[in-house]
Write a protein that binds this ligand. Structure first.
Ligand SMILES: Cc1ncc(COP(=O)(O)O)c(C=O)c1O
Length: 381
């Protein structure tokens, strides 16, 4: 039997993520990443025989100024391995921003894997945690009612906002003074380090005991994160990775792509493009009479849809009509968007505002609860 199917369009040459603003996780492997597969080592990484993985891990450790790096399957796994490795014996707790991924979006893994409770803190400045926030909520006490803080988990960027290095230094000095470990969820630390005159990855990493950084966001890789830290910490994390079923056999297939992402996206300065797109998106929204709810430091733009009278229902519908993928009020730009995609997003904004001005937000609100309950609008990953 011969297939009668027409040849499929080849998504390997043009990213399917071009008109997708839901997240930077939608970036997809570039042709040179796929080409790199043919040179990947096929050694077994559980036996530490993946030369591609070993070489990249050494490079990543150097880039972050830490002793060792370990490739793991996801940002969630990276965070949870670091948290587990920093902790010993409960009772204890982890302090973090209330929006932190470990608090909102890791399915309660910290409770399950590390038996730790979380102390979620709302930053007083509305942007990022300060030492004053930490001091107010940290638990340093022998009182048997409490679970003492043993880790402060920072996230940078946090909702696209850069956590300034000076503030991180203040918090980490305090943590060290009190024997509290610091984990940095640096899923998007690449983005924080892609703005003019930013500190380096190593300067941020120096402050923390462990850092996790994703190659599956913004860089275009399909899978994976690295964690970095001391030899002792990473040895414990490697053991836990195996326990959780995260040992990877021919990991070189994945790390060969990660290496291209590092060289041809991050080090080539391509994340700066996503920051430029984000500024253009903000400007377009302002032209429509809108405002943003957080500063646009990097690649995330938080639109105040409600403030402009645009319901989520209208927003999503217009996105579908015009052919732009949207995830609610957060616009996430990435290097695989294009000038054409930003222009099309502006068309969405204009049309959504036109429809909202015609029908009024009040009329549409009936449907808003239903739409807001859909998980794709709530997911912020
Ligand atoms: C800040 C942050 N940390 C960690 C993660 C988890 O990454 P993964 O989806 O690879 O588990 C995400 C995912 O979006 C994230 O946004």
């Amino acid at each position: 039997m011969y297939s009668t199917c027409a040849p499929r369009s080849n998504e390997w040459t043009r990213s399917p993520a071009e008109f997708d603003f839901r997240s930077d996780t939608v970036t997809s492997p570039t042709p040179s990443m796929l080409a790199a597969l043919s040179n990947a080592s096929l050694g077994d990484d559980v036996y530490q025989e993946s030369t591609t993985t070993n070489a990249l891990s050494t490079r990543i450790a150097k880039l972050f100024g830490k002793e060792v790096a370990l490739f793991v399957l996801s940002g969630t796994m990276g965070n949870q391995l670091c948290i587990r490795a920093l902790l010993e014996q409960p009772p204890y707790s982890v302090l973090c921003d209330h929006r932190a991924h470990i608090c909102t979006s890791e399915a309660g893994a910290t409770a399950l894997i590390s038996q730790a409770t979380i102390t979620p803190v709302i930053p007083r400045n509305g942007l990022y945690l300060t030492l004053e926030d930490v001091k107010k909520h940290v638990i340093i006490s022998d009182d048997i009612h409490y679970a003492p803080t043993k880790i402060i988990c920072l996230e940078n960027t946090i909702s696209g906002v850069i956590h300034p290095l000076d503030e991180i230094k203040r918090i980490c000095a305090f943590a060290r003074e009190h024997g509290i470990g610091v984990h940095l969820d640096g899923a998007r630390l690449w983005n924080a380090c892609s703005v003019p005159s930013s500190p380096s990855l190593a300067e941020y990493a120096r402050e923390a005991d462990s850092v996790s950084v994703c190659v599956s966001k913004s860089l275009g890789c399909p899978v994976g994160s690295f964690i970095v830290g001391s030899e002792k910490l990473v040895a414990k994390a490697t053991h836990m990775r195996k326990l959780l079923g995260g040992g990877i056999r021919q990991a070189g297939i994945l790390t060969a792509m990660a290496e291209v992402g590092l060289d041809e996206v991050y080090l080539a300065g391509r994340l700066e493009e996503s920051n430029v797109y984000a500024k253009q998106v903000e400007a377009a929204w302002v032209r429509c009479g809108g405002t943003v709810t957080l500063p646009v430091d990097t690649n995330a733009v938080w639109l105040d849809l409600e403030g402009r009278g645009v319901s989520l229902e209208i927003w999503q519908q217009v996105g579908e009509d015009i052919g732009v993928k949207l995830g609610g009020e957060r616009i996430m730009c990435h290097f695989q968007n294009s000038a054409e995609a930003v222009k099309r997003l502006e068309d969405v904004m204009k049309e959504a505002c036109r429809r909202a001005d015609t029908v009024g937000l009040g009329t549409e609100r009936g449907g808003e609860d239903e739409v807001a309950s859909k998980s794709y609008l709530r997911s912020k990953h």
